[in-house]
Design a protein around this ligand. Structure first.
Ligand SMILES: [Ca+2]
Ligand SMILES: [Ca+2]
Ligand SMILES: [Zn+2]
Length: 330
């Protein structure tokens, strides 16, 4: 199959070269890569009832422990993945509930935060390190990525890290493990608004997209609140499903590096963008002679890896600010 693809593409190229309005070929040397429609994957019923006890800052330890746990219904709603960039596959959106074209975006809701604060919490799980990097090195890269988003001045994320304490994490790791009959760890407990859940073996990514193990670098899953029947809810009526938290996983099939190929900070910055409700952005082109992938505009939120990128570009900034500048913090 892999060998056939260039031939198929080359013939499409030849046929379309004279077409008007063709959107495959942008000029003689660059081929525009077409974005695919979102895909649907059926992982069965992922709705779970979880108990969360919010620890409120300022309350004494005993007052906090006296607070009753509250029950919430949550389910996996969607995922977004970024691809390695050296295949024909571009990153995409995956929906796990088939509602035709009635899919909405997801977003956090002020006042409905499971950590008890509108500030954005994150957690980095050391229990699933990459095969290639010392966990301290990858953690530092992830922290740098989170600080980059937190440093944007149009938003007031008040980001804070929940310190690693060894606990089991991973709503999605649990579900994937159940489906594949393997133990990837996992927990049905809320940990933080954005969970960097760590690295999983390649086969876990075949549940994100068909053959996904071969081209997905990283994926961000969106877990949303549901009602008791499992219907997705939009309690603040903003036309977006209410996000409970997001989980980020990295594909250990690829070689991870710190400042090389594939650079953890670059992918963590991209995935954290999804963690903060941003979608993919930019048109992808492949140079016909060199095979090199490039984007217009180049941005952190491009759907495939095209080299190290650890700063937020204008288009990323616009997306972030339109979403977060009106967010009220606490
Ligand atoms: Ca929060
Ligand atoms: Ca909403
Ligand atoms: Zn992505």
């Amino acid at each position: 199959m892999k060998l056939l693809k260039p031939i198929v593409l080359a013939s499409v190229f030849a046929v379309c070269f004279t077409c008007e309005n063709n959107d495959l070929v942008s000029d003689d040397s660059n081929m525009k890569l077409k974005a695919k429609d979102p895909i649907f994957m059926d992982l069965g019923n992922t709705m779970r009832t979880i108990k969360v006890k919010n620890k409120i800052d300022g309350l004494s330890k005993s007052a906090n422990s006296a607070k009753a746990a509250k029950s919430y219904n949550v389910a996996l709603y969607m995922a977004e993945y970024i691809t390695a960039g050296d295949t024909e596959e571009m990153g995409n959106i995956v929906y796990f509930n088939n509602r035709g074209n009635k899919q909405l975006q997801g977003d956090f809701v002020p006042g409905l935060a499971l950590d008890g604060t509108n500030a954005i919490s994150y957690y980095v799980d050391d229990n699933r390190p990459s095969l290639d990097l010392d966990v301290v090195v990858s953690n530092n890269a992830i922290d740098r990525a989170m600080n980059t988003w937190d440093g944007i001045i149009c938003s007031n994320l008040g980001m804070f890290e929940i310190a690693y304490d060894g606990r089991d994490t991973g709503f999605i790791a649990g579900i994937i493990g159940e489906i594949l009959g393997e133990d990837f760890g996992g927990s049905q407990s809320y940990v933080a608004d954005v969970l960097h859940a760590g690295w999983l073996p390649a086969r876990a990514f075949d549940l994100v997209a068909p053959n996904g193990s071969q081209f997905i670098l990283g994926v961000t899953y969106t877990i949303v609140f549901t009602d008791e029947e499992g219907n997705l809810i939009d309690t603040d009526n903003n036309g977006k499903y209410d996000v409970a938290w997001r989980e980020i996983y990295y594909n250990d099939n690829f070689s991870w590096d710190d400042g090389n190929h594939y650079d953890v900070e670059t992918i963590a910055l991209h995935e954290a963008g999804h963690g903060l409700s941003q979608g993919h952005f930019g048109k992808a082109f492949r140079n016909i002679k060199t095979g090199k992938l490039h984007f217009s505009p180049r941005a952190v939120m491009n759907a495939a890896y095209s080299g190290i990128q650890t700063t937020i570009d204008e288009s990323d900034l616009a997306g972030h600010c339109s979403n977060w500048s009106s967010w009220f913090n606490n």
